[in-house]
Write a protein that binds this ligand. Structure first.
Ligand SMILES: C[S@@+](CC[C@H](N)C(=O)[O-])C[C@H]1O[C@@H](n2cnc3c(N)ncnc32)[C@H](O)[C@@H]1O
Length: 354
């Protein structure tokens, strides 16, 4: 079942966060301050201070409501901290702290207590304005197997994804992990959610999964069912990134690619992991990665890049030939770039000149 209502508030908010203040304020009014505050709180998690969020003259109290340390912030500034460009200082921040009881702890004790106050305040502000962290570090923290656990993929992901890290990307990963156990897996979804701080992260698995996150959505389905994938693409896409880390059966990889590549946005990437199975017959592969294998399919796209040189130079070409603009191969992983590949070929007279 696709939960298409899930992003009703977040998707417009992620877009508006980098716009001018008038547009952001209008978006918050339209979505309602209460719904926007709920998304902000989901994103930052629990903290032991009180957070007062103000907007249009109204203030609402959140987090540890009876805490004596109170941080007051404009709701739009909180949204900008989380999903904006990240560079500006807080224009509306105020911190109030309890009156010191000097009789009890003395001046030295009061200075000591202030360190704890500063730490609590800083933890909340860091959650409200997350910084950039290395993908390998995030993989280890969130238990993704893309770094160190059989694979060393994050170095390649950094190289191909860095330019869109701060964009409001829509990502789909086939294969959530943990197989039949609903409570296992999801390490990579949690890693992507933190790498793409403005990203909406979708995970597809054939087994039901309980992975929860402010910008994570899980989908139950089979990557070998082309009709289902097409419906999912129309409802949740277009995607900026699709990653196939599912069954790794060669036939499934090919079916998923053909069904989902049309749902990748121009400028986006389709990534296929664990290409070693292309060489393993029990997975539907072949030691030479021939035409019916996942690597065979990807290798054919390399020739497709130069299709205009072997066809009528002004001919149409197939959908994939016209829409794959680049491919990068690394050990066991490939990145297919979506973009218009429609340059004209060399003129007919040159082809037979020598
Ligand atoms: C290698 S794990 C995924 C690991 C995960 N991507 C990560 O990085 O943490 C493979 C997952 O693919 C799922 N899977 C297997 N066959 C599938 C299919 N036909 N369609 C969708 N998911 C499938 C399995 O249930 C399993 O959870």
């Amino acid at each position: 079942m696709l939960d298409t209502a899930r992003w009703t508030v977040l998707a417009p908010l992620l877009q508006a966060a980098t716009a001018g203040r008038d547009l952001l304020d209008d978006t918050i009014r339209r979505l309602t301050p209460a719904a926007v505050a709920a998304e902000v709180l989901r994103e930052i998690g629990e903290h032991d201070v009180r957070l007062d969020l103000s907007f249009d003259g109204q203030t609402t109290t959140h987090l540890c409501t009876d805490a004596e340390v109170v941080i007051t912030l404009d709701l739009a500034d909180a949204v900008r901290g989380l999903y904006g460009t990240g560079s500006r200082p807080w224009p509306s921040l105020a911190v109030t702290t309890p009156d010191p009881d000097l009789d009890e702890r003395g001046i030295a004790g009061w200075f000591q207590d202030r360190k704890g106050v500063a730490q609590s305040v800083q933890e909340l502000l860091s959650a409200l304005k997350p910084g950039h962290r290395d993908l390998g570090e995030l993989a280890v923290e969130h238990g993704s197997d893309k770094w160190g656990d059989l694979h060393w993929y994050t170095q390649h992901y950094e190289r191909h994804f860095a330019h869109m890290r701060d964009e409001p990307v829509r990502l789909l990963e086939i294969g959530i992990g943990g197989y039949d156990d609903p409570d296992r897996g999801g390490g990579s979804l949690r890693m992507w959610q933190r790498y793409f701080r403005r990203g909406l992260v979708h995970g597809l698995d054939i087994a039901r999964k309980n992975v929860i996150g402010p910008r994570i959505m899980t989908v139950l389905g089979d990557q070998s069912d082309a009709g289902f994938l097409d419906r999912m693409g129309r409802e949740l896409g277009p995607f900026d990134v699709v990653i196939d880390d599912g069954s790794h059966l060669n036939e499934h990889v090919r079916t998923s690619f053909h069904a989902l590549f049309p749902h990748v946005r121009a400028g986006g990437l389709y990534v296929v992991e664990d290409l070693q199975t292309a060489y393993w017959p029990s997975w539907g592969g072949h030691p030479e990665a021939t035409a019916g294998t996942s690597m065979g399919m990807l290798k054919s796209f390399v020739d497709g890049l130069n299709q205009a040189e072997v066809r009528d130079p002004r001919g149409e070409g197939s959908y994939l030939e016209r829409n794959i603009s680049g491919i990068s191969f690394h050990h066991n992983i490939a990145f297919v770039e979506k973009g218009l590949n429609a340059e004209e070929g060399g003129p007919a007279f040159l082809r037979t000149l020598i």
